[in-house]
Design a protein around this ligand. Structure first.
Ligand SMILES: Cc1ncc(COP(=O)(O)O)c(C=O)c1O
Length: 483
């Protein structure tokens, strides 16, 4: 996948192939595409620039003749010269080798492609798990942001655990959801994802085993694996994570922690029942197995409030609870929180100081005021109404276009419909074909590598009209896709 801010200008008298060759020349001479680096394929460039492949072929031929690039059938086209090396006869560092050497693993290729494509203005985002773009909280921000300069008084680093005023608001917020947590047991993080990074780096030994639902959101991330953890999957049924295998997994695999998403699970949308929550907590208490409860979707219920969090029933400090503003106000704020026993919060707060000295003060104050003013709860109401309509639109579109090809069920909240295709397909081919038709998918194999049957659909981002169009296109693509 290659994305570029620059595009050739069709109104320019300079031929398109020359404009593209100039663009590549600049990339090389500025060191953005260093010596030895692989450059995007002809197909990628043609797609991104909206030109025929032959135009790119002509540009490549010109650059090859100049000795700047060289293609070989196995390893693609590479930069073999730049004006600096010609002048200085010195070679640049092998950045490709450096990029492979870092300790943190790269994301899966499909996840990288998704990340790069999501902001494309023409794409129908059929899988994105965020609040509807139309609900950007303009009024809320207009009323809150002007107040901040007088409230904030400084732009210093905040406390290691985060802005006390925000932690007080989160403490109140948690209480309404059944969790008693004093501000000192709350750590503000830059999104729940950062809490997972802190947990994996600050609490777990390399080689330890993390139990998680299979499939799970964390399988699409490198966060635990990069920290040297191994993942072990637990099955799901309609009531959530199936707990039977936990004692055995604890014994045989020496599992050290269990990660779960009880509310509107990512990617399946399943809501864990109250009974199952009690069972899970009892078993983990017996096994002394700590739980990471990732509850970022709790506030996006659509039919009825979900059962109380595991953390609300936890009297022994077993549960590390994660929340976030990403699924309601917006992920760009980068504000989440972790609630846990003081020793854990203190350790992770210290780690967070080492990593980034705290989350953005502006975001922390903004979220604190959203909560304090009651505007957050009003916003949730609007979010639910919009999402209910979108869920309906998605289900209608599925009935019209997917009946006989796939099965699905209606989620009671969150964003996800876990579509099961009757026939297995090559997930990568499906993903690429959909992208060619401007539909961005989240294929099931990013959550479980061996999955050839599922697609995670989301009605969070696409409008009802886009859901209809996107699902219609998708059904035609699936019919043409084999395995
Ligand atoms: C289950 C789950 N946890 C955490 C996150 C990341 O949230 P944040 O934006 O707060 O880091 C996501 C995002 O998709 C998610 O689905």
């Amino acid at each position: 996948m290659f994305l570029s801010d620059w595009k050739p200008n069709r109104a320019d008298p300079v031929p398109l192939y020359k404009q593209i060759a100039n663009f590549i020349r600049q990339k090389i001479s500025h060191g953005e595409w260093p010596l030895g680096s692989k450059i995007p394929t002809e197909r990628m460039l043609a797609r991104e620039f909206g030109v025929n492949r032959s135009t790119v072929v002509t540009a490549f031929a010109e650059l090859t003749a100049e000795g700047l690039i060289e293609g070989s059938s196995g390893s693609g086209t590479r930069v073999v010269n730049n004006t600096w090396t010609v002048m200085a006869a010195r070679s640049a560092p092998d950045w490709d080798a450096y990029t492979r050497a870092g300790a943190y693993r790269p994301s899966l290729p499909t996840v990288q492609d998704i990340n790069q494509t999501e902001n494309s203005p023409t794409i129908i985002r059929l899988g994105t798990a965020g609040p509807p773009p139309e609900l950007f909280p303009t009024d809320m921000l207009q009323s809150i942001l002007p107040k901040l300069p007088t409230m904030m008084k400084s732009l210093d680093y905040e406390d290691p655990k985060g802005l006390l005023y925000l932690r007080q608001q989160i403490s109140e917020y948690a209480k309404k959801r059944g969790i008693e947590a004093s501000p000192s047991s709350i750590l503000i993080v830059s999104g729940a994802l950062q809490a997972l990074q802190l947990i994996s780096m600050g609490l777990l030994k390399r080689g330890s085993v993390v139990l998680a639902e299979k499939p799970s959101y964390v399988q699409s991330l490198s966060v635990f694996q990069s920290a040297g953890m191994k993942m072990a999957g637990l099955p799901l049924d309609k009531d959530g994570l199936v707990t039977d295998a936990i004692p055995q997994q604890k014994r045989e695999q020496k599992a050290t922690i269990l990660y779960t998403i009880p509310c509107f699970h990512n990617p399946t949308g399943i809501l864990m029942s109250e009974e199952r929550r009690k069972q899970l907590l009892t078993i983990c208490e017996q096994e002394q197995l700590p739980i990471v409860e990732d509850d970022v979707y709790r506030d996006v219920w659509l039919d009825h409030k979900p059962p109380a969090p595991l953390k609300a029933m936890d009297k022994n400090g077993l549960v590390l609870y994660l929340g976030s503003m990403s699924k309601t106000l917006g992920p760009g704020l980068r504000i989440g929180w972790l609630i846990g026993p003081d020793p854990v919060v203190n350790r992770l707060a210290d780690l967070k100081m080492q990593l980034d000295y705290g989350s953005s003060s502006l975001s922390q104050w903004t979220v604190a005021e959203c909560l304090k003013s009651g505007l957050y709860e009003q916003h949730l109401q609007k979010t639910r109404e919009t999402l209910q309509k979108r869920r309906e639109a998605a289900l209608h579109a599925l009935e019209r276009h997917m009946t006989g090809m796939a099965s699905w069920s209606c989620p009671s909240g969150g964003f996800f419909i876990w579509l099961r295709l009757h026939r297995p397909v090559s997930m990568r081919a499906l993903f690429e074909k959909a992208l060619q038709q401007e539909v961005l998918l989240y294929p099931g194999n990013i959550y479980d590598r061996s999955d050839h049957h599922h697609i995670r659909l989301s009605y969070g981002n696409a409008s009802p009209a886009e859901l209809e169009e996107g699902i219609s296109r998708l059904s035609k693509i699936i019919q043409k896709c084999g395995r």
